[in-house]
Design a protein around this ligand. Structure first.
Ligand SMILES: CC(C)(COP(=O)(O)OP(=O)(O)OC[C@H]1O[C@@H](n2cnc3c(N)ncnc32)[C@H](O)[C@@H]1OP(=O)(O)O)[C@@H](O)C(=O)NCCC(=O)NCCS
Length: 423
């Protein structure tokens, strides 16, 4: 769908940051003025930033950008992904098709950049399904009582932990290295969806700790676990807020990230986070459903786990996207796919793959085993939403009932998908 008359999409250079931030604070209301955001490092990818201008208005009426991820983990591989971000339409111009036109532009932009998939986190989950994005990864948030018991892990108590005030220059590389490595574990499998701070601007923005945006919380802190040789094996970044309730101190530790490369380090890290003086609870959001803390807690129910949607995936170049990933079992299946926005994806495709090996995706005239929309194919792409769940919710047509089980196993992955940050 083209933009309504009097609107046009334009590339946005860095010199228009003020326009972007002005629009952004219309789309996402903030207690802070634009001036405050102008002083912060921007994560925006300027060669992939686009605005919408209106003939009768100054500034921007809408904006979106794409982070060009080049090592985005999908099952068994790292691929190119156009991560859609900073989507906003000025409230005076909403519901007249501007988002839809920006999405069409984004799809063409990703395909031109060689990205077979796009992904995003959504401000409101009901927005993006209509454009063929499927919910591919849910994450957990926890509120863990102070002192919660943890199961023992041999060797954990011997590991050294330091607590320091966050310093991007001193800690940035250490955290980025552990974060990236975690996404590759277990070796040979890796964690689908574990996006890293790939571009320098994303890294700088993520590593900054602007005092003005902290509210009542302290500056960012880091806990670092080291093994006997002094090698860092885990870190957590966190902030404490000290409040006083009726009976006394009632503080909260907000953990931004807790990432460990082995079980003993995870146990040691959490034993420190869960025993900070004057604190009553520890919160953490955006953890994958199988994060080690979910197994370490003796009483996981007391951590009040809450599930929320995280990563939405859109298949843009079907044969490439489906052959770039790996499958957890041998499979030979014919899909019939509908795609209202990218017609090249529609039709019948034969997917042949060997377990954890090569995959081939070819056009076919053969009878389809499964009939589904590209949205559902996006939902199963990271291996965490089972094809059986799609079928049981009536979101695929089963022409060959016996094909469902083998296909569901093939599309699954042994490690839960998810990223531990929103960007
Ligand atoms: C969400 C937002 C981008 C939508 O922009 P818009 O230009 O009004 O959207 P469009 O007119 O192109 O609408 C396209 C479709 O999405 C639907 N839609 C738009 N916003 C929606 C929302 N918040 N929830 C559910 N559906 C929504 C429209 O009803 C329309 O549906 P249709 O295709 O069935 O007709 C805009 O309202 C906005 O900036 N909101 C605040 C910031 C935000 O949430 N940004 C998204 C960040 S992930």
């Amino acid at each position: 769908m083209p933009l309504p008359a009097d609107y046009r999409i334009v590339p946005v250079p860095e010199s228009r940051l003020r326009d972007v931030l002005t629009l952004d604070t219309w789309a996402f209301p903030s207690e802070h003025p634009t001036e405050t955001f102008l002083e912060l490092p921007s994560s925006l990818p300027w060669d992939r930033s686009y605005g919408v201008e209106h003939a009768g208005s100054t500034g921007l009426t809408a904006f979106h950008a794409a982070y060009p991820l080049r090592a985005y983990p999908v099952p068994g591989a790292e691929v190119s992904c156009g991560w859609l971000t900073w989507v906003g339409v000025h409230p005076a111009h909403r519901r007249r098709g501007i988002l839809r036109a920006m999405i069409e532009h984004h799809f063409a932009d990703c395909l031109a950049a060689g990205e077979a998939i796009s992904a995003l986190t959504a401000s409101e989950p009901s927005i993006y399904g209509r454009f063929g994005y499927g919910l591919a990864a849910n994450v957990l948030s926890l509120t863990i009582p102070r002192g919660a018991a943890l199961r023992e892990v041999p060797g954990a108590d011997n590991l050294d932990v330091t607590l320091e005030e966050w310093d991007a220059a001193a800690h940035g590389d250490l955290a980025a290295g552990i974060h990236r490595r975690f996404g590759q574990l277990p070796d040979g499998l890796g964690r689908p969806g574990w996006a890293t701070r790939e571009t320098p601007a994303l890294r700088t923005s993520h590593d900054s700790d602007p005092q003005r945006l902290r509210g009542p919380k302290e500056s960012r802190r880091i806990a670092i676990v080291r093994d006997a040789s002094g090698r860092p094996t885990a870190y957590a970044t966190f902030r404490r807020t000290l409040t006083w309730g009726g009976p006394g101190p009632d503080g909260t530790v907000d953990v931004r990230e807790a990432v460990a490369l082995d079980a003993a380090s995870a146990r040691r890290l959490w034993s420190v986070l869960l025993d900070l003086d004057l604190m009553s609870r520890v919160t953490i959001a955006n953890i994958p459903a199988d994060d080690p803390i979910t197994r370490l807690l003796v009483d996981p129910r007391a951590a009040r786990p809450a599930v929320s949607d995280h990563t939405w995936v859109r298949i843009l170049d079907l044969p490439r996207a489906l052959s770039e990933r790996r499958y957890a079992a041998d499979v030979d299946v014919v899909l019939e796919v509908t795609d209202a926005m990218v017609p090249a994806n529609a039709g019948r495709w034969r997917v042949q793959a060997s377990a954890f090996g090569h995959a081939e995706v070819t056009r076919t005239d053969g009878d389809p085993d499964l009939v589904l929309d590209v949205r559902e194919l996006g939902a199963v792409h990271l291996g965490s939403i089972p094809l059986t769940a799609i079928a049981q919710a009536g979101q695929l047509e089963l022409r060959t009932p016996a094909a469902l089980g083998p296909a569901a196993v093939a599309w699954s992955w042994p490690v839960a998908a998810g990223a531990n940050w929103i960007f």
